[in-house]
Design a protein around this ligand. Structure first.
Ligand code: SF4
Ligand code: SF4
Length: 183
């Protein structure tokens, strides 16, 4: 046995090395928070609960066509104005079977309206349920009023006017948009 081997046996150097690594992490900034009293704000690009705006939606079905697993169901009918004879599509059903969703965001990318009528960047993720078939199947009303979903603190529901590009309403608005919001 050499001198260094003897010294290693006498003094547990590896133990001290391990403790130095542990000590280094002990004094670093902690990422753990006391959930649910505190919550970490998701990144802007985080895809979570869906937002849907029926008033903006033009019923083009591009979102349903873009969905690779066909979980967006749209049904409509055409109303004819008896006076003007103008035709208008009316959405009867806009459902998403969220329990099967893989949050790829292709539906949001396909939506041509500005702001988008379907979006997932809502910073909201608390939609857990004990019964997933009904609880995670969202019709157009629930996609808008978020019944059964706990919005991230500070985030409005889509029905209350959530901005898809700024769900927390923190970003500075261009002067024209800010004036329109105040009116
Ligand atoms: S995010 Fe979900 S609903 Fe949208 S396209 Fe992807 S799988 Fe379909
Ligand atoms: S792509 Fe957008 S506008 Fe078209 S049906 Fe879907 S949500 Fe509505």
């Amino acid at each position: 046995m050499g001198f260094m081997d003897f010294l290693n046996k006498l003094v547990p150097i590896e133990l001290f090395r391990g403790m130095a690594v542990t000590g280094g992490y002990f004094f670093r900034h902690k990422e753990t928070v006391q959930y649910p009293e505190k919550r970490v704000e998701p990144m802007d690009r985080f895809r979570g609960m869906f937002g849907y705006d029926l008033d903006r939606c033009i019923d083009c079905s591009l979102c349903a066509k873009a969905c690779p697993i066909d979980i967006i169901y749209i049904r409509d009918h055409v109303d004819v104005n008896p006076e003007t004879k103008k035709k208008k599509k009316v959405i009867d059903r806009y459902d998403i079977d969220v329990k099967r969703c893989m949050f790829c965001g292709l539906c949001e990318l396909a939506c041509p309206t500005e702001p988008r009528s379907i979006w997932l960047t809502t910073k909201t993720y608390e939609a857990s349920t004990y019964e997933r078939n009904d609880g995670l199947y969202f019709d157009k009303e629930r996609l808008s009023d978020w019944r059964g979903v706990k919005a991230f603190p500070g985030v409005k529901t889509p029905a209350a006017g959530q901005d898809p590009a700024d769900p927390l309403g923190k970003k500075p608005k261009p002067p024209a948009a800010a004036a329109a919001t105040e009116e």
